[in-house]
Write a protein of this length. Structure first.
Lengths: 276, 276
């Protein structure tokens, strides 16, 4: 593992690191905010999965998470959204290929060799970070924005027992039924939509459910709200009679101004689960 | 004036606007965060002047100011750091020309025509924003980072009575005596260093002084600290027996991770002056 940068930040350390990933077969870069408490022993960690076109860096510099994570003594991990590099397949569209991994293990050419983002987030990166940093594997929570909200929800439901709480900002809620999803799940997983079900938060909610606290915020003026389909997830959550907080926020759009506005709420929500 | 974007943000509105500036003879772009209180009448405003290479955008998305400004009911204004455009002179170096206006009125070719950033900040932009937005001209404070910290300090001392408080993050404190300053002041103002004195915070502090509260933070591990010369300003402030808070922050560097870490302190500091 190589250190790209380390900056003092809210009493702790904002680092950026690069490592060779077995899952993707590429070098991968991630950001990690460690609160000062990590100097004295393992701290809880919140995974933050980013959206389309983002790298590890966008949320790290724009989401304003460190202020509240420092206050709560929680680490925040910012993985990249796909494998990258000249040897890695890509697509001219912003929403497929590099920057658009969708947190699945691709099975289809040309993606199958490197696009193993589920394994990267679920297996590969955890092994590294719990070995190298003062992070407590028993106290993990997960959140994300847009495509990363989709990832947070599907990973939380697909890995029961792994996370203590899950939240999302403007998640893609029902990708197998929308333009942010059908194209990508088809490309990565093939045309059999039965393969897509475990990567669709609404279907996972119907089929599997969730036994940890859930918080979802979406901007009522989100310019992509028809692609996100918060109503589909809401229906599935309520039909399961699951304790959850699902909110539409008046006037907010899809930007980081929206994410940063509600970041304090989300980190407080996770802190309650991580310290209980 | 043209609206480039408006995003809901911490209950208020983060806008970006473009207007034709008389001072620079160019179009200029600025960011303005308005807290929700601006819907009911004029609110206090904090000017945030940015550093070398920055546009209006960097601090607006990375400094984390809106969270605290919203809490305090204060607007934050993010001007650009220079005129821009194909017709505007530039230099290959990052620290001269576009993105590096140094908050002076250039008198030398080729800069004199457009590089009137002092007038832009002191006269031109105020006329526009107090006319168009619910901002209270009687309650203005100013801050900035690096070159913008230099600008904040020199404007505060050069415009007595204008601002109620001034702060700076890692300001260039003594530009007439360092590599971040001599080159630029020479280029913009000519070789007579007597012309530079009112654009040097340390000299202004010695010659003119300040009668409003002052807060300055610099990272003790700032990679540019020898260029910033906080010791020069500190000597001048203390020699004047001025009430002021000058801090070196252990471990912090020159980045926005440093700025965002201490933003809450700075906005609280200004709020005290703006609401007294």
């Amino acid at each position: 593992m190589e250190t790209i940068s380390e900056n003092a930040c809210f009493g702790g350390l904002q680092g950026v690191y690069r490592h060779a990933s077995k899952a993707t077969g590429t070098d991968m870069t991630f950001g990690l905010f460690l609160p000062v408490e990590a100097q004295d022993g393992p701290v809880p960690v919140l995974w933050y999965l980013s959206g389309l076109t983002c790298t590890h860096e966008n949320a790290m510099v724009k989401a304003g998470a460190q202020a509240w994570a420092a206050e709560q003594g929680i680490a925040v991990l910012f993985p990249d959204t796909s494998p990258r590099g000249a040897d890695v397949p890509d697509d001219d569209a912003y929403d497929l290929g590099q920057g658009a991994g969708f947190y699945v293990n691709a099975t289809q050419a040309p993606w199958a060799q490197h696009f193993k983002m589920w394994d990267y987030i679920a297996e590969d990166l955890p092994v590294l970070v719990f070995d190298r940093f003062a992070l407590d594997p028993q106290r993990q929570s997960i959140t994300g924005h847009s495509m990363g909200g989709h990832g947070a929800l599907t990973l939380a439901m697909g890995l029961p027992g792994r996370f203590r709480s899950v939240s999302a900002f403007a998640p893609i809620c029902h990708p197998s039924n929308g333009d942010w999803g059908r194209k990508q799940l088809g490309a990565y997983l093939g045309p059999d939509s039965a393969e897509w079900a475990k990567h669709d938060a609404t279907l996972m909610m119907r089929n599997v459910g969730l036994d940890i606290p859930l918080l979802v915020d979406t901007g009522a003026s989100d310019q992509f709200i028809d692609l996100l389909q918060p109503e589909a997830l809401a229906q599935a959550v309520m039909a399961r009679r699951l304790p959850a907080t699902l909110r539409l926020q008046k006037g907010y759009d899809h930007s980081y101004f929206f994410v940063s506005t509600f970041m304090e709420d989300h980190i407080s929500f996770h802190a309650e689960a991580l310290y209980s």
